[in-house]
Design a protein around this ligand. Sequence first.
Ligand SMILES: NC(=O)c1ccc[n+]([C@@H]2O[C@H](COP(=O)([O-])OP(=O)(O)OC[C@H]3O[C@@H](n4cnc5c(N)ncnc54)[C@H](OP(=O)(O)O)[C@@H]3O)[C@@H](O)[C@H]2O)c1
Length: 243
Amino acid sequence: MDRLLDGRVAFISGAGSGLGRATARLFAAEGAALVLLGRRIGRLEEAVRDVAPADRLLTIACDIGDFRSVQDAVARGLKRFGQIDILVNSAAILPPRGALVRTTPDEWDRAFATNVSGAFYLMREVLPAMESAGYGRIINVTSGWSCDGAPGYAVYAATKAALDSLTRSLAGELAGSGVDILVNALSPGVMRSDMWPEGRDPEEVAMWPDVRDPEEVAPDLLRLATLPTGGFSGRIVRHGEPW
Ligand SMILES: NC(=O)c1ccc[n+]([C@@H]2O[C@H](COP(=O)([O-])OP(=O)(O)OC[C@H]3O[C@@H](n4cnc5c(N)ncnc54)[C@H](OP(=O)(O)O)[C@@H]3O)[C@@H](O)[C@H]2O)c1
């Protein structure tokens, strides 16, 4: 039986844990070749060891906040597989909870370097290959806090607002350009993951009635990665809502 991603090559950042990991496993099961990025290569390998055959897998230790590292990673992925069909920007960091007035400039810089610059670098570097192939699906993982705001998490919320804006702007640039490249963002809702350690605490879970596992959200990314030609672009969709 044909799988949904047979013949596709997907780059996934932050694939060593959480939503990136669940997405990598789902995409592997659907036949994609994977280029997985994260700072800890051991976690990338462990994430998909049992589901991704070696001939469809490349793991690269890469700090996406470093432009040269991203350039190198994209070049290695292209050399290995010859194409880039899908980019999932899932890597991000959540600075410690705290009032804006006590947030340090260093925390601000680090959050923007990963959550915004990293996503920008990856989009910038994969686009030429997508444009010459005339096909691409880019999905940025955002947060409901990007538009709602998040007292105590102002910097993180601001990074996700920037990511939403990049998503819309790039989609607008590509609309009508004749290439079948769609750019969207997914807001996954609260998930149990390394990023949200409170999510593993039963008391905290009780405060958030709607907490889910990343495996419940990954099918949304598959759906966005397989949107047909002429599908929507520039949209910020939320897990659990109709779209
Ligand atoms: N969890 C939630 O409740 C929630 C809610 C809304 C939105 N989100 C969003 O969902 C996405 C996935 O989050 P998650 O919950 O799956 O968190 P996670 O388990 O912490 O995953 C984040 C991944 O990003 C990687 N990463 C962090 N900084 C990096 C860098 N500079 N370069 C390369 N990789 C980096 C981490 O691996 P290394 O440390 O090995 O690099 C990690 O595997 C994020 O965009 C997050 O903002 C999460």
